[in-house]
Design a protein around this ligand. Structure first.
Ligand SMILES: *Cc1c(COP(=O)(O)O)cnc(C)c1O
Length: 360
């Protein structure tokens, strides 16, 4: 067996220990004689898997009791619509930060349901930064404020939770959830698609404070109503059972390695050494304002773009794959989520240094 270091932005690597456990349990989960995929979602085996997954997520994220955890389908993209449907609550407008491609998509969807006030935008700066606080135009009457904590494509991450006063705060945490501790109590709602830092695609996690459940706009589809999902323990219909099982294994893996504080230490070290390699190379560059550089998604360019194809081909031979940058940005992007071992980052740095030495 030979495994590669996969720098894909998502779906992304899963921890090897998790894949091995799933393999071990593949034909016979815990003496049930079944694969988890074959179980009824209402049976006692799967119910125990779902309950344990939620309990472990609550534990690793320290989610307060007055928050519901929903395991939904439709990806983070469905939440772009579900959020205004559930959180407008009679108000006409919502505040959105525009810091990258995912913000833009959230904004475009929200505009179908309400007026969107752009608090601040970094579009003029090519989405390479977060607008400075003194430029933010927050509307005190907004139903909520939405931001994308980590822009997966641009590699831009807010350095702190924005202070929005009494206006409820909503965050798209898709590509940075579980990378470090976060104070859940600061938020009305947190959401994240699973395929970056949680588990397989097909699952989206919504963590929502109790008092934001149960007042949707007319015409909201049943499946998008948080109250329906909460009242049915996310099993109004058939949930993505296997994805939920694997996510549960990932939460257990995080617990075993010491939780998010321990994970954050490794993540910071991985990111620091990769940025440092880029900065000191004289050959590679990262366009993002240093203070807002993502720990998870690290775009970089070569000083001669005509070498891009060679770089990627050589990387592949070295077992380092999916480094091509997003089509809207070009260059390279290394996504180094929780499941990317530190040795993978070390191997990438070694390769980058060798490539630069040969080509400068
Ligand atoms: C990937 C991603 C999304 C979209 O997730 P889907 O699950 O594919 O809908 C939204 N926001 C961010 C920040 C992402 O990285």
């Amino acid at each position: 067996m030979s495994r590669v270091y996969n720098f894909s932005a998502g779906p992304a690597m899963l921890p090897q220990a998790v894949l091995e456990q799933a393999q071990q349990e593949f034909m016979d989960w815990n003496g049930s004689g079944m694969n988890v995929m074959e179980m009824s979602h209402r049976g006692k085996e799967f119910m125990s898997i779902a309950q344990q997954a939620e309990a472990n997520l609550r534990d690793v994220m320290a989610i307060p009791d007055n928050y519901k955890v929903l395991f939904l389908q439709g990806g983070a993209s469905s939440q772009f619509a579900a959020i205004p449907m559930n959180l407008l609550r009679g108000k006409k407008s919502a505040d959105y930060f525009n810091t990258g491609q995912w913000s833009k998509k959230a904004i475009a969807e929200a505009k179908k349901y309400c007026d969107v006030n752009i608090v601040a935008s970094s579009e003029d700066a090519n989405f390479c930064t977060v607008p400075e606080r003194d430029t933010w135009q927050l509307n005190p009457d907004a139903a909520y404020v939405h931001y994308t904590a980590n822009e997966t494509i641009g590699g831009v991450e807010f350095d702190a939770i924005p202070d929005t006063g009494d206006v409820p705060l909503v965050v798209d945490l898709s590509s940075t959830i579980l990378s470090r501790p976060i104070d859940v109590s600061k938020f009305a709602l947190i959401y994240a698609g699973a395929q970056k830092n949680i588990g397989p695609a097909g699952l989206c996690i919504v963590i929502v404070r109790d008092d934001f459940i149960g007042d949707v706009i007319d015409g909201t589809p049943t499946m998008f109503d948080y109250k329906v999902q909460a009242d049915n323990d996310s099993m109004y219909n058939t949930p993505p059972t296997y994805s939920l099982y694997l996510a549960g294994l990932v939460f257990q893996w995080l617990k075993n390695l010491g939780g998010l504080t321990a994970m954050a230490e490794v993540n910071q070290r991985k990111a620091d050494k990769l940025y440092n390699a880029i900065e000191t190379s004289g050959f590679y560059a990262n366009p993002v304002t240093p203070k807002y550089r993502s720990w998870m998604n690290i775009p970089f360019t070569l000083n001669d773009a005509s070498l891009d194809a060679d770089f990627l081909a050589g990387a592949k031979q070295a077992g380092l794959i999916t480094l091509k940058g997003h089509r809207s940005v070009g260059g390279m992007r290394a996504s180094i989520y929780n499941a990317m071992p530190e040795q993978g980052v070390d191997a990438l740095i070694t390769y980058m240094n060798d490539f630069a030495a040969k080509n400068s």
